[in-house]
Design a protein around this ligand. Structure first.
Ligand code: BG6
Length: 468
């Protein structure tokens, strides 16, 4: 018998800016992604440039029907997507929404409903409207709370009978490391003070609570979660100082989920704020809002773990997903240098559940790898055994966590269909079960092909994880 709960939500995850393309179609405005052709953390261009693969991405905007057929064939119970804020409010600060943008997501949700697939919607996934960035300096400005709340209210009302699961901000803790991509903050990171950065964090946290409040008022059945980038850290040695370094690293991440779940700033951050001359400006009502409108569940991405030490300069630093740490000699790495650690996923699940005792949702996990399309007697495929191996090992650890007693709502693998990478803006860094014919030069037919992992995942879902 399967260890996974009967109603476990199996599926895949994406984000509008990496998937949809059609960056200027049907009234869409520009987002921060339309001016970062080298990846969300790279240099910013004046406007869209032809080398920016995200402008067309894999053109889900015009292929969504055939893509959803493929998701349904794999047996998806859930599909995570984001709404591009600038499709709904092209500049972000308008009063009236763009009807064509709203209609597009109506069509996508209706198509998903035909196959019984639940949408899981990220309200803001690294897609702040560019105008909000240029005019207001993004989340550094408190006004963003009102613009975001108006956007959230608009989509909650419009889709109240079509969408039940919502995430307020993708990897909300990433703003500390990627202020422009994550928070639309134009001030260059080296000039951005810690005071302004943590004030921006506060604005996002308040906005998330406000959206949770509004959402539950519109439909009390909504399940609204936070979403954090999870990255467990191991001490390099048993030196207590290394364990302290781990704690300091992890506290910077826990800060976000602690406030989302417990509704207040944790004590440990007070010392950090004091020592860094940070004083958060609380507007009237902020404390109450945070306390009263906590999340229904915690969701997270998990790709890798890191090691930490009190003397990091003595070790070699690994590459990582937005943030990073020291390379762990016990682990292998992906082609992009991200260390592969399935057991880390079990640890993260146990840690979050011990801390909060509310349901968890793994909304991103997967292997970015170079794939080769090969001809078979029945057409073309990719023999991605490396991806199957990665996912199999991670999902086995999810099963172990279920046995440990952790309450897990579901699992959506990242980039279930190939899309443009967030950190490097490449198409050759592929995560999908479905190959899309488009390369790093933007060439290709946009045709879709099933990889070997497609049938593998189909079996996993059909057996509710028993085949793992
Ligand atoms: C997460 C993001 O950080 O990692 C996704 O939420 C991103 O948007 C994913 O695509 C994988 O990272 P990358 O850089 O390989 O695309």
């Amino acid at each position: 018998m399967s260890v996974f709960p009967e109603n476990f939500l199996w599926g895949g995850a994406t984000a509008a800016n990496q998937l949809e393309g059609a960056y200027d179609v049907d009234g869409k405005g520009l987002s921060v992604q339309d001016v970062t052709p080298d990846g969300g953390m790279g240099p910013i261009t004046d406007g869209p440039t032809p080398d920016n693969l995200k402008l067309e991405a894999v053109d889900f905007y015009h292929h969504y029907k055939e893509d959803i057929v493929l998701f349904a064939e794999m047996g998806f119970k859930v599909f995570r997507l984001s709404i591009a804020w600038s499709r709904i409010f092209p500049n972000g600060d308008e009063t009236e929404p763009n009807e064509a943008g709203l209609q597009f997501y109506d069509d996508v949700f209706d198509e998903l409903a035909k196959y019984g697939i639940e949408p899981l919607v990220t309200i803001s996934h690294y897609e702040t409207p560019l105008h909000l960035s240029k005019e207001y300096n993004g989340w550094a400005n408190r006004k963003l709370i009102d613009f975001y709340a108006h956007y959230a209210e608009t989509i909650f009302k419009r889709y109240k009978d079509k969408v039940k699961y919502w995430l307020t901000f993708n990897e909300v803790n990433s703003v500390l490391h990627a202020p422009f991509m994550s928070g639309g903050i134009l001030t260059p990171p080296e000039e951005l003070s810690k005071q302004d950065l943590y004030q921006a964090v506060h604005h996002e946290l308040v906005a998330s609570s406000l959206a949770t409040k509004i959402g539950h008022e519109i439909n009390p059945n909504f399940k609204i979660g936070c979403m954090v980038l999870a990255m467990p850290a191991y001490p390099m040695t048993p030196d207590p100082l290394d364990q302290l370094a781990v704690r300091e690293f992890e506290n910077q991440n826990y800060l976000f989920s602690d406030i989302h779940v417990r509704g207040k700033y944790p004590n440990y951050i007070k010392r950090y704020f004091d020592e860094n001359n940070i004083t958060i400006d609380f507007a009237e009502g902020d404390k109450q809002l945070l306390a009263e409108h906590t999340v229904d569940f915690v969701s997270f991405s998990y790709y890798m773990s890191v090691a930490q030490a009190h003397n990091p300069e003595e070790y070699s630093t690994g590459k990582g997903n937005i943030m990073g740490g020291i390379s762990n000699p016990y682990l292998e790495s992906s082609e992009w240098g991200w260390q592969i650690d399935p057991v880390g996923l079990r640890l993260v699940l146990n840690d979050f559940y011990d801390r909060y005792q509310i349901p968890l949702f793994i909304v991103e996990n997967g292997l970015g790898a170079k794939d080769e399309l090969v001809e078979t007697k029945n057409g073309y495929t990719v023999n991605d055994d490396y991806r199957i191996d990665y996912m199999q090992k991670h999902l086995q650890q999810v099963g172990e966590a279920v046995k440990d007693g952790v309450d897990i709502m579901g699992y959506t693998s990242w980039g279930c269909i190939d899309l443009v990478s967030a950190s490097t803006a490449q198409l050759s860094k592929r995560y999908g079960f479905i190959y899309v014919d488009r390369d790093d030069n933007g060439e290709g037919s946009f045709k879709r092909y099933k990889k070997k992992s497609f049938d593998w995942y189909k079996d996993v879902i059909a057996s509710n994880g028993e085949s793992l």
